[in-house]
Design a protein around this ligand. Structure first.
Ligand code: NIG
Length: 401
């Protein structure tokens, strides 16, 4: 299908290095009253007064904002069951450790996921993906991590692949092999390195490998052992400094991780070190909003020249949200980003975290993942919250809404 979008305020995010850093993070490459021509799923031209090829659909934007679809580069969106009872306990002040002792937290979702079939997991993921798409997310990373056994982790990854088949956007699976553990961490983590990692690598050769470094999750040493092995063939990513700064962040830089995600408890010194490295920092403000009101110092990291990305962390325990516009609204209020920085962090820089260079900007040759907002001023994306600011979604050149 060919499509000509006319008379839009285009946020091209074009040019410069990827990921965007420093001053460039806030530069949106705006073209006023511009047109975009889409042919066979790709952007063919960006300019003004473009002619429509024969038979092309013409979409009049009336000056509304046209921008790249969001790239949500950190989610745990493939799960079964719910954590509502646990949430009520939390609201009533029951401490996290007691909830864990009572079988809540990640283990509760692990039990539900093990009981679900691959088909059921794919169906519930698909419903969440559709909700994401309606709010402008056209590329989503989805992690495993609720299996904790080789078969169950593979089941989740296959469910993610299955959901990807009939979804118009793009899904990037990540193998979160170090999310939690059962029994003894030493033995469990050795099993992951010896058995789970090779089994996953056979089925998903290029997949990124992730771990959650935290007091009640994987310690630094176990994460490092996993990553030393994994990084030979896979990109690596890590959840670090969500509640405690344990020393994983400098290790992640040393190991060449693609990203360090969370950063709520990171020291300023660690953030400065991260900002000077090639590793991206991913902030997840939906987590602080739902759990403890603690937010990453995204603005500080960005001002220090860091490659900053922004994501929802969609999961049943700490961030039950699928909405990138809401993540932007939170990042601007609580993490110190400007609306423009939040837009770059949720599009082109999210794509960089996933190793994708064919999206996140509006330039000739890019995949036509585009959204048109209800608004003529992009700051309204972060200013308003709780509604859907997205009017039109185009994924791979196909108009979805
Ligand atoms: O990013 N930090 C680890 N994983 C998730 C929580 C997942 C859950 O509670 O189910 C997070 O917050």
């Amino acid at each position: 299908m060919n499509l000509l979008i006319r008379n839009a305020r285009i946020l091209t995010l074009a040019g410069g290095d990827r990921p965007r850093r420093g001053k460039a993070l806030g530069e949106l490459g705006i073209v006023e009253k511009g047109d975009v021509l889409v042919r066979d799923g790709r952007i063919e031209a960006v300019g003004s007064g473009l002619a429509a090829p024969d038979g092309a659909e013409i979409l009049e934007a009336h000056g509304r904002v046209l921008m790249p679809g969001f790239v949500d580069c950190h989610t745990h969106a493939c799960w079964a069951g719910d954590r509502l009872a646990e949430w009520e306990l939390k609201l009533n002040g029951v401490p996290h450790l007691e909830i864990l002792k009572a079988g809540g937290g990640i283990p509760a979702t692990v039990r539900a996921v093990r009981e679900a079939t691959q088909k059921q997991l794919a169906a519930s993921l698909k419903a969440r993906l559709d909700a994401m798409l309606r709010e402008g997310t056209t590329t989503v990373e989805v992690k495993s991590g609720y299996g904790l056994q080789t078969d169950a982790e593979l089941k989740i990854l296959c469910a993610i692949r299955r959901a990807a088949h009939d979804w118009p956007g793009t899904i990037v699976p990540t193998a979160l092999l170090g999310h939690a553990y059962e029994g003894n961490i030493e033995e469990y983590s050795r099993m992951v390195v010896k058995e789970m990692l090779p089994a996953v690598a056979r089925e998903f050769p290029d997949i990124a490998i992730d771990a959650y470094c935290e007091k009640e999750a994987w310690p630094v040493e176990a994460c490092v052992r996993l990553f030393e092995k994994a990084r030979k063939h896979h990109p690596i990513r890590v959840h670090a400094d969500q509640f405690n700064s344990l020393g994983m962040l400098p290790e992640a830089i040393r190991l060449g991780a693609r990203s360090v995600d969370h950063l709520e408890a990171s020291t300023k010194a660690d953030l400065l070190q991260l900002a000077q490295s090639r590793t991206c920092g991913v902030i997840l403000p939906g987590t602080g909003f739902h759990t403890n009101r603690r937010y990453a110092r995204g603005g500080f990291f960005a001002d220090a020249g860091g490659a900053l990305a922004l994501a929802t962390n969609c999961n049943p325990g700490t961030a039950p949200t699928h909405s990138m516009p809401f993540a932007l609204a939170l990042a601007v209020r609580f993490c110190g980003l400007t609306p423009a920085e939040a837009i770059s962090a949720g599009t082109v820089n999210g794509a960089a975290v996933l190793g994708l260079t064919d999206r996140g900007t509006i330039e000739a040759g890019q995949r036509a993942d585009l959204i048109i907002l209800r608004h003529r001023d992009e700051r309204l994306l972060a200013y308003e919250y709780g509604g859907n600011p997205v009017d039109v979604v185009i994924a791979g050149g196909r108009r979805i809404s």
